[in-house]
Design a protein around this ligand. Sequence first.
Ligand code: NAD
Length: 248
Amino acid sequence: MTKRVAVITGGASGIGRETSLKFTKKGDRVVVADFNEELGNETVEMIRSAGGEAIFIKTDVSNHEDVTSLVEKTVEEYGRIDIMFNNAGIGSPTPVLDMNMDAYHRIININQHGVAYGIIAAAKKMKELNIKGVIINTTSVFGVLASPNTFAYHATKGAVNMMTKSAALELAPYGIRVVGIAPGVVDTPIIQGYKDHGIIDSMKAKVMGNKLTQPKQLANAVYLLSLEEADAINGSVVMADEGYASFK
Ligand code: NAD
């Protein structure tokens, strides 16, 4: 049986690393894409020492050419692309009344444009190769619920939700699915910047069980969404937030 090929952006850390480990443990081949070369190669080493198959391709998702070339190189190396997990992202506080415009543009370029470039490049390649693949985009509870001091991050995740739906509609005739996955509060380095603002404690208190979600839990959810058995799930943003967005 042909092994599936998954490209995972942000695969050097947190949710992306655990998802790379999960897919390879299940027998898929993974391209770990990240701008952090050291940690990206570390993920690949972890995969190989567990008997899995992966390569690292240094990629800045905010650079359109980088993302297009990532997809091209994936196909050169493995001959196909079945799963594109547009997951790389950053978060830093962006309060409206004290806005740092460099921080604002940086988040938009990575979290929003980076996902757009990934959707476009993967969709074109899957259609060209006649592959009924799946594109999974990491969004957030902050794509549907507002919190103070995170203005730009909200903008990006709201955009990812609607890009997911719009692309799903257009790509359905080709058998390509597009879904979003929305974590709540996951124990990864990205949340460090929010700890000082008290945002994490207040978020955690709203999660059933008052705990941080572990990156492995997200990896499991992403894997489930990638399966053919999940083919009725399309254009949806699936909450993987331990109830965060479901109750007051
Ligand atoms: P993380 O910091 O552990 O991982 C993010 C990865 O993205 C890092 O490896 C980083 O190097 C990479 N990255 C950042 N900018 C990049 C760029 N321009 N090009 C390539 N790679 C880049 O954080 P995480 O929690 O695993 O985040 C993954 C995704 O999950 C993000 O999109 C984030 O917004 C989303 N998310 C996280 C949480 C949470 O609580 N951790 C909640 C909701 C959504």
